[in-house]
Ligand binder design. Sequence first.
Ligand code: HEC
Ligand code: HEC
Length: 400
Amino acid sequence: MGHLFSRRAHLMQTQAARQQTIYPLGVLHPPGTFHPPGTFHPLGTIEPPGTDRPGKNTWRSLLTHAPIAPLTLIALLGVIALLASTSVTAATASEKAGYQRPDSIPFPADNPYSAEKAQLGKMLFFDQRLSRNFNMNCATCHNPSLGWEDGVPGAFGGQGETLSRHSPTTLNMAWSTSFFWDGRAPTLEEQIRGPVESPNEMNVPLTTVVERLSKVPGYREWFARVFPGLGITSDNILKAIATYERTLVSGVAPFDRWIEGDENAISAAAKRGFTLFNGKAACNQCHSGWNFTDNQFHDIGLATDDNGRMGITGKANDQHAFKTPGLRNIRQRAPYMHNGSLASLEQVIIHYIGGGIPRSSRSPEMRPVPLNAGEMKDLEAFLDSLTGADQPVSLPVLPY
Ligand code: HEC
Ligand code: HEC
């Protein structure tokens, strides 16, 4: 407990220093610990190396599993022989340090975190009264079962038509510095106005949403409690949803346990993939940091009619440039790219091997990356190690 308290004291100091509300995330607790309401935190548990995880085979349980023990031993010897014969470059400590998970979520000073505000935002995120025909909520296109995306190349609009852009994940938005594929919204609060009011999506003016929610006694109570004296306004709807979205953080992945020092957390193939990612394949030029994005815009040479960032800046250099997506939970988030044009991670890697369409707007960092079949598998194994142990998301009961 002493450890918990000192950590909390440290967080409070950081909070004062940054003049913004910090939501503690990195608290370590034993697996299965119940989080009392209000201290709920979405980052999951970083277990000490060697902890047996239910549902995961450990070396020990594999070896003691009688029928397969001899085979496993032979396989292990094979792996050891392989390791000895190929020179596996050990990832340097500094390379690893750049991928350390943060231990708190940043919230803006003008919309600080509170557990009740996040809970209200969650109800709004799942409430179909935020769409003209009562037929969609945010989760229609940002579905927690599908990595907070929707599993189709172009999102389905409010009238069932296919939109030209793919739904990006709403995970790890607290760290994003601009929003939408072309970065046209500078804040999450402003971003949310887009889908609600867009004729292609939920298609309802926020003023109408305010009218609708004002007729619901449960919402009147919630807004009065969370925004005393202000109640239900367009701004407060956006603030509540944005607060909920900032709590959506991808869970601790095997990769994170490896970064924390558990050498057995990921496979040898994934480790080789990490070395390729930061070396020969140079993916880290753009996919950098713990969430694997530089928050910048690049044309990676995909076939597309979409002008991307150029539509916002008017600069020829920004043609076909899109925001670098984070790579957390990437396996769950197919299909890939702004238009969902690549169906699998294998197709993504094949794209990077070719280097994309050479054209004047293509990023200077994009060039063909020759990878053999084994290296492609290694890179994919590394990308797989980024999938977090996310907790199931419970659906809220909506106010009436
Ligand atoms: C009809 C499907 C659909 C619905 C409904 C929808 N979105 Fe989206 N969302 C998208 C698409 C498509 C994009 C990308 C659009 C673009 O870049 O122009 C997007 C982008 C976003 C982004 C930006 C992500 C990033 O990386 O920049 C966030 C955040 C987001 N939506 C949150 C929400 C919230 C909150 C709601 C509910 C109020 C919502 N969305 C409703 C499809 C949808
Ligand atoms: C020049 C910067 C840059 C480099 C280098 C780069 N990427 Fe990307 N990556 C991007 C951008 C930008 C996108 C989105 C492009 C789009 O939608 O048009 C993207 C998209 C992706 C996606 C799909 C993400 C999603 O949510 O749909 C994956 C997976 C990916 N990159 C992996 C890699 C790998 C693996 C490498 C190295 C072989 C790599 N990237 C190198 C910038 C880069």
